[in-house]
Design a protein around this ligand. Structure first.
Ligand SMILES: [Zn+2]
Length: 87
């Protein structure tokens, strides 16, 4: 690690590749009957699911996924991150 002394320090909050201005996925309670956008499993009232915010939209249009689909999305995110780390 050879840091030049005159290198300017980055200012402000460190940005993240996930969880931008739209926020990051969060667990939400299912208010009314809805379904997983991937596997179309019906969520029962009182159940929880994971809401994934869509780029450019508000949280009200967040896609909802069941736990199972969220796991596979996480795995894919891991793979993508691994690719990004090679940059
Ligand atoms: Zn699902």
């Amino acid at each position: 690690m050879n840091k030049p002394k005159n290198k300017p320090k980055p200012k402000g909050k460190v940005p993240s590749l996930i969880g931008g201005k739209n926020g990051r996925p969060k667990r939400v309670a299912v208010g009314k009957e809805s379904k997983c956008y991937r596997c179309k499993a019906i969520f029962q009232k009182g159940q929880t699911c994971v809401a994934i915010p869509q780029t450019g939209y508000s949280f009200s249009t967040a896609k909802r996924v069941c736990d199972e689909c969220f796991q596979s999305i996480l795995e894919q995110t891991d793979k993508d991150l691994e690719e990004i780390r090679k940059l």
